[in-house]
Design a protein around this ligand. Sequence first.
Ligand code: IVH
Length: 681
Amino acid sequence: MNDQPQSPGPRPKAADAKAQHAWLCRAINWHNHLYYSKAEPEISDADYDRLMRDLEALEAEHPELQTPDSPTRQVGAGVRDDLAKVEHRVPMLSIENAMNEEEARAWLKRLSDDIGDVELICEPKYDGLSCELVYEDGKLKVASTRGDGKIGEDVTPNVKTIKSVPVKLKGKFPNRLEIRGEVYIEKKAFAELNERLEQEGAKTYVNPRNTASGSLRQLDARKSAARPLSAVWYQVANPEDAKLKSQAEAIDAMRAWGFVTSKDLLEGSPLQVKTLHGEQAVLELFRTFHTRRHGLPFEIDGMVVKVNDFAQQAELGVRSKSPRYLLAMKFPPEEKETVCERIEVQVGRTGAITPVAVMTPVMVGGVTVTHASLHNADEIERLGIRPGDTVMVHRAGDVIPQVLRVVKSAGGKPFHFPKACPRCGSELVKLDDEVVIRCPNHLGCPAQVLGAIVHFTARTAMNIEGLAEKNVQQLLEAGLVKDPADLFELHGKREQMLELERWGEKKIDNLLAEIEKAKSPTLARFIYGLGIRNVGETVAGLIANEVGSIDGLLAATEEQLNEIEGIGPIIAQSVITFLHDEHNRRLIERLQKHVTPQAVKKLAAGEGKFAGMTFVFTGALTKFTRDDAELMVRERGGKASSSVSKNTSYVVAGEKAGSKLKKASELGVKVISEDDFAAML
Ligand code: IVH
């Protein structure tokens, strides 16, 4: 991505798909930029995932809107600037897509018009993340992501954790070898990982592809080792050096060197990698891949057709972005008919009421679908859906169930939003400036209480592990907790906890230890954990810096908050409304009995040990989180910045520091280790 991302502005009306698409791309690129390049995200991961899911759903419904540079096809913001950069000697291009058989036929016809009858070879199109391996003298030197095609990111330590990547080659090989393929997560491993995360009370992942991407691009290779990554290799980027004449030869050569190829993955399945001729044979194989895809242990989203002979490939050459000798035939999004039995409403953490279609179970894309969000009243009206209707469903982005349209109306009664909350009976409200309908009973509504506690304990908030939603639900049902403050009194309720299903001594010990640990969070995490509307992690940090303590928070005024750089009137008001609520104040006061946030010392300008100094943190820190390290700098009167300039006093380099180190040495900025930094504290 070359253009500097822009703040997205207000979201357009739902009905205009094109405008929605443009806005979602802008918004996601903007948040990628904040997250990856500035390391200052403005929205939560969940909100980010929601944008991504909206975009995936939209593109699944309107495939014509998907451009090659859509964020759904990108790896984060191109290149993460804290991972070192790697230039690809041969650019990593994309492949032309055929969205249906007609487009594939047209491509094949052009091909035969160009060079006559030609031998083709077909492989699955893997839905993962492309990766390049460079070997010198048979040893793995560098592994990199695709990035923008010319420059990718160095992910060598992470790739080395993948079992199927040979660190040393077998047999005879050229001095230099550039191998390309796809890193992915098997469906089963993905499901198991999510199950584990859910049990641990951690956030689950949306789909295998994003998970693979996130894991591969982890700064901490230990973390990616904990993720079940797999890889398959499908291209030798410098075949002339290995004297290879065709893709079929390249596959065999890669196997001999020790790589896992499509041939290995399809072994034992009815699918095969084979050379063939002509439209008929290609289309037949494509249909076989299509019907068999769900039987494969990994996700594929189509079939790649390749001209087998490298001399012919060279003759055909490359168009601006994609070679002429390759075609990706994409599977059509899978749609199934079923019946919408009823429309229910769900209550979220903030009281938002979401209508959900409950359907007769149906297999879509290898998964049983029973529920699909209908989002809001506008969407229900747009679909014209009523209970009893036959509907067409699919899985947006191959994951999220979605109702596409009503196929046959059953003439049932139109759905009306309930007037009362289905969970607590409170009268629902609609605020003027919002589309959503809410339950206002934030403290009494069981759905919201559950959401509030789950949010309070989240990894990004108080970071209390062991409180998956199911566990919180059990504690709530047993009356052992009613709000986040009650968590800190659980240690007196061991006996009752032991009576809960699937709760043993060990689980309780772990949980109590986690709760004990959470008693001295940063003030920012504490404020974020309160779940104040419009207060994300970054904003919570800004507020914490200003108010300095829980008492400071309780005493904050709207004017004071308004004056904080980065906080506008909407946020200030939302914080004040929260603080003025009687119950919220009482909750904070009760929490204050147990929780002592680490002190934030407010300094006047020019005061403090680090006054006048600017620090930049890069690479993976092991002693502190980056947020905490930056907070410690600010507490001492210094500044923390995300980019190195001549005004930077120190670059603190963690493990695997990347481009920022180079910049520092270019500018003559002093680089210190994490230990040096700790000593300065
Ligand atoms: S050959 C010019 N073979 O799909 C790239 N690519 O949508 C030649 N992909 O960037 C690569 N499965 O990452 C090839 N069997 C396969 C593939 C495959 C997935 C990826 C590749 C490419 C992307 C384009």
